[in-house]
Design a binder for this molecule. Structure first.
Ligand SMILES: C[S@@+](CC[C@H](N)C(=O)[O-])C[C@H]1O[C@@H](n2cnc3c(N)ncnc32)[C@H](O)[C@@H]1O
Length: 305
């Protein structure tokens, strides 16, 4: 179902995304993602979960030394390759699961981007591990996801109270702490609904996967909608108040922090010399006690991404 759902959705998504992205991407997600990513000229860039490859192709046109899109869905890649044949940019497209980037050498990319794909990838842990492997020493991993606090699959929704113009907007959520696989419905025509699988994970899960892959977050953004999104989408004004997405930048820890190599290797080296694990290398959460006001839990119906 993982692949089948995306295959089913591929034609609909390709029509919506075109060469510039749909409204949601153009006016909410992409400006932040692209700002975090920065210029790509001369860089080797991997677009992980590339869909119809509109960004892979954009980066090739912008002068990336190599722009490669990988995706699990052969049908999506078919649309990407068709676009590339019609208007060549130099981008390449490879059928791969994110958790198996075999065929790509260690340290072979300067940037890996996973735009709205990690929460749709079943083996996110294996995928992040592979990202850590293929990322070059001074590389950067930039990814966006549905906001796990405010957009918890189908269990979150908008609540609006008060008079028009002076309303208070809430996000009702439940089940935040519970990792869950959800069958997301996408209405692709008046009579047809396709389904994909999405994987809700609390934020620390992503952070743990990154840490275990030797990556550390150095930047986190919550994209704000542009005027076009406010004008054209029913939820635009609400999105000014509560973000439904996150964009992260992560870098290889060893190189970024001045330690040498993968954190686990550093810890092993340190424990051989001192018999203990240095706190500076493998910090643990110090939080104790209880959190009050447990919040909890959607996408597809809300995000259109
Ligand atoms: C929401 S779409 C995002 C596509 C594109 N990045 C964009 O922003 O338009 C999620 C993509 O992740 C891909 N995907 C799902 N599971 C995957 C996996 N295990 N490995 C690689 N790609 C995967 C899907 O086929 C789909 O194209």
């Amino acid at each position: 179902m993982g692949r089948e759902g995306w295959n089913e959705l591929a034609a609909w998504r390709d029509r919506r995304m075109g060469e510039r992205g749909d409204l949601w991407h153009r006016a909410i997600l992409d400006p932040t993602l692209l700002a975090v990513l920065g210029p790509v000229r001369g860089l080797r860039i991997l677009d992980l979960g590339c869909g119809n490859g509109y960004l892979t192709r954009r980066w090739a046109r912008e002068g990336a030394a190599d722009s490669v899109g990988v995706d699990l869905s052969p049908v999506s890649l078919g649309f990407a390759r068709r676009r590339e044949r019609r208007r060549p940019s130099g981008a390449r497209f490879v059928l791969r699961a994110g958790s198996d980037l075999s065929g790509f050498a260690d340290a072979s990319f300067d940037r890996v981007v996973a735009h709205m794909s990690l929460m749709d990838i079943e083996d996110a842990k294996g995928t992040v591990r592979e990202v850590g492997r293929v990322l070059a020493e001074r590389g950067r991993f930039v990814f966006s996801i549905s906001h796990p606090c405010f957009d918890i699959d189908l269990r979150s929704k908008w609540v609006v109270e008060g008079e028009r113009g002076a309303e208070t907007v809430y996000r009702q959520v439940t089940g935040y702490r519970t990792e869950k696989v959800v069958r997301v419905p996408w209405k692709v025509s008046a009579s047809e609904t396709a389904h994909t699988l999405s994987y809700h994970r609390p934020l620390p899960t992503y952070l743990r996967y990154l840490r275990e892959a030797g990556l550390a977050v150095v930047r986190m953004e919550e994209p704000t909608p542009r005027a076009e999104a406010i004008q054209k989408s029913a939820q635009g004004a609400f999105l000014r108040q509560i973000p439904l997405h996150l964009v992260f930048e992560a870098v290889p820890v060893g190189k970024w922090s001045g330690t040498r190599g993968h954190p686990r290797a550093v810890r092993r080296r340190a424990s051989r010399t001192s018999g203990r694990t240095p706190a500076a290398v493998g910090p643990r959460s110090g939080s104790r006690g209880r959190t009050r006001g447990s919040g909890s839990a959607g996408r597809g119906s809300t995000t259109g991404s």
